[in-house]
Design a protein around this ligand. Structure first.
Ligand code: SF4
Length: 497
């Protein structure tokens, strides 16, 4: 059962997003979805004809890739218990939202949606409405009070109990499940994601860091890594089922391995070496890395393993040491620049993406100028640029003043956006005339006469479709003929246009 609709690779071509990323794994490419994008991905229709209404689920997912993978795991467990998806709330006996706490605007839109369900619940008292994920964890004390028609509040630690929680909500009215210490079972029996040849695989959960703007440690708990062999086994099963590309997910994916084997240093590179051996698997990515945990062993693995792609998403957040200190990011610009240099030395042609927050508490013109300088100097291939917005439950909200005026945030956002667009266009232009290997994802959303996919540097590539050919999941060579800041346009050699 495939359930999330295929999002064409060029979905969301913005460079700029509001809110702050919280290092949540970024979207699917250099310039597409933000670290916590505002797209609400609606569950696709799985004909629910055979199921009674109490077993029909309407499901929406908000936020980062981690949330989308959690949604896959939830769907797997619901499926095992006889639930089927439906495409409209009015035909569902259970309505579930897997929420995100990172972005204020997305959160407001979600709460407005939740308010509108009150009428439906009034008409159908048996309806179970569940709020899941980081938003549920972060607003656990408010949801039942503000939305008494909600039956389930369930954080990211307990979602595998969903079938039981639905039963309890039916018999008791309301049930909360917010324990973050319950071990989460990661593996699924099949890839339920939107792209048949691509799968996300979680290597860890939670985060041990304390960035002052971020709610993640509060909503997902401390870091827990999966054993290496368990990850390799899951990836082997996925590859055997036809998956060609795997993206490893973790809040700070490159700190992977902590506490796994006392006395031994286990790192993400051990996972990469294992995955590189798997037959059928062609490409490996990992998101999102923390600058503090980039280390020579990992960089060497990226450079030397042929299946590990030449792409690194390394959120810097600010180019100013003083702002980084207020954010408690635990690295300096000196360290960040050294890491970038090492990556470029050891991984020739590596594409670098970053996240930037403008207008963080107390950010002066001089501090912002340091960010501009960094962007000009590093020349990232892509950047997700966020205007800071205060999030409840963070230490910045408690201890720092959100004192940069909105118009200044907007202006800084525009300045960085303009610079990054120019740099991305210049970088992409270097590809003109070159051939690039593309994993085809779907027909282009904007132009159904073109295929859309990504190359190893995670750049979006579109090229003409011909006749009835179905290239979804194929690796094809495309010669780049023109570019925009976010898309490479080309044609297959020998196929014409
Ligand atoms: S606290 Fe963790 S998840 Fe949040 S921004 Fe910092 S490193 Fe990323």
């Amino acid at each position: 059962m495939r359930w999330l609709p295929v999002l064409p690779a060029e979905t969301g071509e913005e460079f700029s997003r509001e809110g702050q990323p919280g290092d949540a794994p970024a979207g699917e490419g250099l310039l597409s979805e933000g670290a916590c994008d505002e797209h609400s991905v609606r569950a696709d229709v799985e004909a629910a004809a055979g199921a009674g209404i109490d077993r029909r689920v309407y499901f929406e997912v908000f936020g980062c890739q981690m949330n989308k993978l959690d949604a896959e795991l939830m769907l797997g467990v619901l499926n095992e218990n006889g639930y089927q998806l439906t495409d409209h709330p009015s035909s569902a006996g259970v309505i579930l939202y897997n929420t995100c706490a990172i972005r204020e605007q997305a959160e407001n839109r979600f709460f407005s949606k939740l308010g509108h369900l009150k009428k439906l619940k009034g008409e159908r008292p048996d309806l179970v409405i569940g709020v899941l994920g980081c938003g549920a964890q972060n607003h656990q004390h408010d949801i039942f009070r503000r939305y008494p028609h909600v039956g389930i509040v369930c954080g990211p630690g307990e979602f595998l109990r969903l079938p039981q929680l639905i039963d309890e909500a039916r018999s008791q009215g309301q049930v909360a499940a917010l324990d973050l210490d319950t071990p989460v079972r990661f593996e699924r029996k099949e890839n339920l994601g939107p792209r048949p040849r691509h799968a996300f695989v979680s290597v860890m959960r939670g985060c041990d860091m304390a960035c002052t703007y971020c709610v993640v440690p509060r909503t997902r708990g401390p870091e827990v890594s999966r054993p290496v062999n368990e990850i390799i086994e899951e990836a082997t099963v996925l590859a055997a089922s036809g998956v060609k590309e795997i993206t490893l997910l973790g809040q700070t994916v490159n700190s992977y391995g902590k506490r796994l084997a006392p006395g031994r240093r286990i790192g993400l590179q051990h996972v990469l070496y294992g995955l590189n051996q798997i037959d059928g698997l062609e490409r490996i990515h990992f998101i999102t890395s923390h600058p503090r945990f980039m280390n020579p062993d990992l960089i060497e693995a990226i450079g030397s393993l042929e299946k590990v792609c030449e792409y690194l998403h390394l959120p810097v957040q600010s180019g100013s040491d003083t702002v980084l200190r207020r954010m408690l990011r635990s690295y300096t610009m000196d360290h960040y620049r050294k890491v970038i240099d090492q990556c470029r030395e050891q991984v020739p042609g590596i594409a670098l993406a970053t996240d930037l927050i403008v207008g963080f508490c107390g950010e002066t013109d001089e501090e912002f100028a340091e960010t501009v300088k960094l962007v000009e100097e590093v020349r990232f291939n892509g950047a997700y640029i966020f205007k800071y917005s205060e999030r409840p439950g963070t230490s910045a909200a408690a201890d720092l003043q959100d004192d940069v005026p909105e118009e200044v945030k907007r202006e800084r956002n525009q300045v960085l956006l303009g610079i990054q667009k120019r740099i991305s266009l210049e970088a992409n232009s270097e590809s003109i005339g070159q051939e690039t290997e593309v994993l085809v994802e779907s027909l282009s959303k904007k132009d159904k006469t073109r295929w859309s996919g990504r190359n190893r540097k995670h750049q979006i590539v579109v090229f003409p479709s011909q006749g009835d050919e179905d290239l979804v999941g194929d690796l094809v060579t495309v010669k780049v003929t023109e570019v925009t800041p976010v898309v490479l346009v080309g044609e297959r050699p020998g196929k014409g246009s």
